[in-house]
Ligand binder design. Structure first.
Ligand code: 5AD
Length: 349
């Protein structure tokens, strides 16, 4: 069944069911007129729910130790060149202090799957932050845990959880991850998190090795099933010290198109213009906003460790990417036609 991409865009815009092959056709289409139509539709839907508001999240990368060995990731266990670090609770609290002063009302604690930070330690950190900053949301992004662990994090006060599914195709998943990791486990975690009551974020990399347009269409359909509050996508970017060290990075254009499609399918979702997008193109993040994104996550980690959290080559960590560069970021966002607000920034769903 062939649908011309204009019709597919109108179907997405009106919430009509869209078939996988239609999505593939749209993803394949590079006609600038069609892409601009897609972008405008996405931008108009984001404006209906969120106006021109952009929410900011202070990202605290608190450990880069990881027991996993994902083939794409620079902090994978077997990367002997990674300079490992862990932040103390005091370090983390001082990041929050600085972040609060700058206007952040969400703190995202992201880290590798580091056994040092067991359930109790994570709960302690979460409850310390919530106690000191009751008007802020705490988002965790610390990988796969049991449902009981997730429940404990939630009970300690965590509001949100980010866990990308990475790819919704099992076969593709097994080409990106070593044996022992599976898409089924990942999905189970995501549904457990939802069940517990977290605002859940998922997502995937665009242009990861072996990925097909068909896979991307499956990612879109899977997110339709999960119906997450947050959707994070960014281009895959090569990291030299990984098994994918000689692979090409994903493209800006395809990532932007996907942001728009996801915005059309999830009008009220929180969609970040990610660091990876800002890394592959100097205006990547502003473009992300124009294609339907409504969140930016500047780095609040202490400057001394930022360069060590290298998920991929040339990862941005200074300038507008850094929390101290917020004034510049605000200017850039205004120039793109939007505005950063001081707000906890929950999803309007
Ligand atoms: N390029 C882009 N994104 C990456 N991530 C990990 N490694 C890379 C890479 N090389 C993303 C994954 C993960 C998130 C924290 O960072 O999607 O879920």
């Amino acid at each position: 069944m062939y649908q011309d991409p204009t019709t597919t865009i109108e179907h997405l815009y009106s919430g009509t069911h869209v078939h996988k092959t239609e999505l593939v056709n749209l993803l394949r289409c590079e006609d600038p007129y069609i892409v601009e139509l897609l972008r405008r539709r996405a931008d108009s839907l984001r404006r209906e729910s969120y106006g021109t508001e952009v929410y900011i999240r202070g990202l605290i990368e608190f450990t880069n130790y990881c027991k996993n060995n994902c083939y794409y990731c620079g902090i994978r266990r077997d990367n002997g060149n990674a300079l490992r670090y862990r932040l103390t609770t005091e370090d983390i609290m001082s990041c929050c202090h600085e972040g609060y002063r700058l206007g952040f009302r969400t703190f995202v604690l992201q880290g590798g799957e580091d056994g040092f930070f067991n359930r109790e330690k994570i709960c302690d950190i979460v409850s310390s932050i919530k106690q000191k900053y009751p008007d802020c949301a705490v988002t965790l992004s610390v990988g796969e845990w049991s449902k009981e662990d997730y429940q404990a994090f939630y009970d300690a006060g965590a509001d949100r959880y980010l866990l990308r599914h990475e790819t919704a195709c099992s076969e593709h998943y097994s080409k990106l991850h070593p044996e022992g990791m599976s898409l089924d486990t990942r999905k189970e975690c995501l549904f457990n998190l939802k069940d517990i009551g977290f605002q859940v974020g998922s997502g995937f990399m665009v242009g990861s090795p072996f990925q097909t347009l068909d896979n991307l269409a499956e990612d879109i359909l899977f997110l339709g099933q999960l119906n997450p509050h947050m959707i994070g996508i960014g281009p895959f970017i090569t990291h030299k010290d990984t098994p994918f060290g000689d692979r090409e990075s994903g493209s800006l254009e395809l990532t932007l198109k996907l942001i728009s499609i996801l915005r059309l399918r999830h009008p009220k979702a929180l969609i970040p213009a990610t660091t990876a997008l800002g890394t592959i193109h100097p205006n990547g993040r502003e473009l992300g906003l124009k294609y339907g994104a409504n969140v930016i996550m500047p780095n609040l980690s202490p400057a001394s460790v930022r360069e060590k959290y290298t998920l991929y080559n040339n990862k941005l960590s200074t300038g507008e990417e850094a929390a101290e560069g917020l004034d510049k970021l605000k200017e850039a966002v205004i120039k793109a036609g939007y505005s950063i607000v001081v707000d906890v920034g929950h999803a309007k769903m």
